[in-house]
Design a protein around this ligand. Structure first.
Ligand code: NDP
Ligand SMILES: N[C@@H](CC=O)C(=O)O
Length: 431
């Protein structure tokens, strides 16, 4: 093969940087691949829009026609359609695909991996999880001989940036989200970030790879950060913690509580300031992976932004292009284990609960009884006046208990006449 034809679908935050780096590093990339990479076209929604550094002759709105002329298709459009149909078209034409599209992989991964395998072409997606951080390849290849038992990490740059701004600068939630959008970290619709959908898609991909099973995005327990208030950030600080949006996956053995399977969840949590995840700032991501032989590994780096993400995309382009030139194909999907995704009753955690209660004798005993009724023991309780007559704030931190016992307790607390409001509920993780 004398050249590898590359079609770029999308020229936004990530695509524009992929195009720039492909052109700027053409000689190096050619040397690494063994043949020049020729950018044959860029499909966008609005081809007439001026794009600095991009030859207008490359731009088209005929994505299907462009795919038919490529050996490697780079999909950085995002969303389900037309990205899904265009990937299928690429496979039909015998082209390998590189994508950064986690929502598509979390929803339609099995169908796409099967189509790539049937066409005997590559489907690479390093940039789909944790931006620039090499994490997919280590899980798919380097750890293929080990048994991963758990992962815990920060996989969304936007929410980490927002929570970090709230903690360190006192910024309001809305202002911090707007800044994340302006910096190119957020999805086209930032609801996907702040409501935890983006992190849930990434957690589904990580769990599927780490545990060799299929975890669809909708099976991931998901809570976003829209309910996190400045008061929660301050409460975390008082406890020596920071608030982080975590993605946690765990392999659970068969036992008295149920069958073997995996738990996968995304939610905000208090993380002790002494934990390395607490020091992950701005749009950076970090993921701990625990494996039986390797022990504990930590992956850290920029989790969002055009240039870092484009670096990960180009690494995949080189791998797929090398296969086009020298033959062969990268490893495919490794889902064979068929482990069920288990309910939150299998998750053990701790809760930090803030309650507004009536300021009168006997309240503490009523609250303690509600916890005891679900077998949850209390580690600390702190009561303080809230400035209103006859009301006080009660902060309760529990010991470890099944998540459902904790959430059932909170539901009961909300129904007590002495509880005026359940102000906030946060899990405590990473201890
Ligand atoms: N931003 C980031 O930090 C990261 C993003 N990703 C993923 O990368 C992908 C792209 O993200 P990002 O670059 O931020 O997104 P942008 O919204 O910035 O860019 C999307 C691009 O796709 C083009 N496009 C949209 N619809 C169509 C269509 N129907 N046909 C052809 N082109 C279309 C747009 O064209 P036009 O320019 O004309 O509007 C635009 O160029 C997503 O899957 C995202 O989740 C992954 C990791 C990090
Ligand atoms: N919106 C995403 C972009 C990268 O995946 C994020 O903020 O992490």
């Amino acid at each position: 093969m004398d050249r590898v034809r590359v079609a770029l679908l999308g020229c936004g935050v990530v695509g524009s940087e992929v195009a720039r780096l492909l052109l700027a590093q053409a000689d190096d990339l050619a040397a690494r691949v063994g043949a020049p990479l020729e950018l044959v076209g860029i499909a966008v929604r609005r081809p007439d829009r001026p794009r600095p550094g991009i030859d207008p002759a490359l731009l088209t709105d005929d994505a299907e026609g462009l795919v038919a002329r490529a050996d490697v298709v780079v999909e950085v459009v995002g969303g389900i359609e037309p990205a899904r149909s265009l990937m299928h078209a690429a496979f039909r034409h015998g082209a390998g695909v590189v994508t950064a599209n986690k929502v598509l992989l979390a929803e339609h991964g099995p169908e796409l991996f099967e189509a790539a395998s049937a066409a005997d072409v590559d489907l690479y997606y390093e940039a789909a999880v944790a931006g620039a951080i090499p994490l997919i390849r280590p899980l798919r290849e380097s750890l293929a001989g080990d048994r991963v038992t758990r992962f815990l990490g920060i996989v969304n740059g936007t929410t980490n940036y927002v929570l970090d701004q709230m903690d360190t600068t006192g910024a309001g939630f809305g202002d911090a989200v707007e800044r994340a959008q302006a910096l190119g970290y957020a999805e086209a619709d930032p609801t996907a970030d702040v409501e935890g959908y983006d992190a849930a898609s990434k957690a589904a991909i990580l769990a599927s790879l780490a545990f060799h099973t299929r975890v669809p995005g909708e099976a991931v327990h998901r809570e976003g950060i829209t309910g996190v208030s400045a008061a929660d950030v301050a409460a975390a600080a008082r406890m020596g913690c920071v608030v982080k949006l975590l993605a946690i996956g765990s392999r659970e053995p068969e036992g008295p509580d149920g069958p073997a399977g995996v738990t996968v969840r995304v939610h905000p949590a208090f993380v002790p300031r002494s934990h390395p995840l607490a020091g992950v700032r701005g749009p950076f991501n970090a993921v701990f992976v625990e494996a039986e032989a390797a022990g504990e590994l930590m992956f850290y780096g920029p989790g969002a932004g055009g240039t870092p993400t484009a670096g990960a995309v180009l690494g995949d382009v080189v791998a797929v292009a090398r296969h086009r030139v020298h033959g062969g194909r990268g490893p495919g999907e490794s889902a064979y284990a068929d482990l069920p995704t288990l309910p939150l009753s299998r998750v053990l955690t701790r809760y930090h609960v803030r309650l507004e209660v009536a300021d009168r004798p006997g309240v503490l005993a009523r609250v303690a009884d509600a916890f005891a009724a679900h077998g949850v023991s209390i580690e600390q309780v702190r009561q303080q006046a809230v400035g209103e007559d006859e009301a006080a704030e009660l902060v309760v931190v529990t010991h470890v208990a099944p998540d459902t016992a904790l959430s059932d307790t909170v539901a009961d607390l909300a129904g007590l006449d002495v509880v005026l409001d359940v102000t906030s509920v946060m899990r405590v993780e990473g201890e």
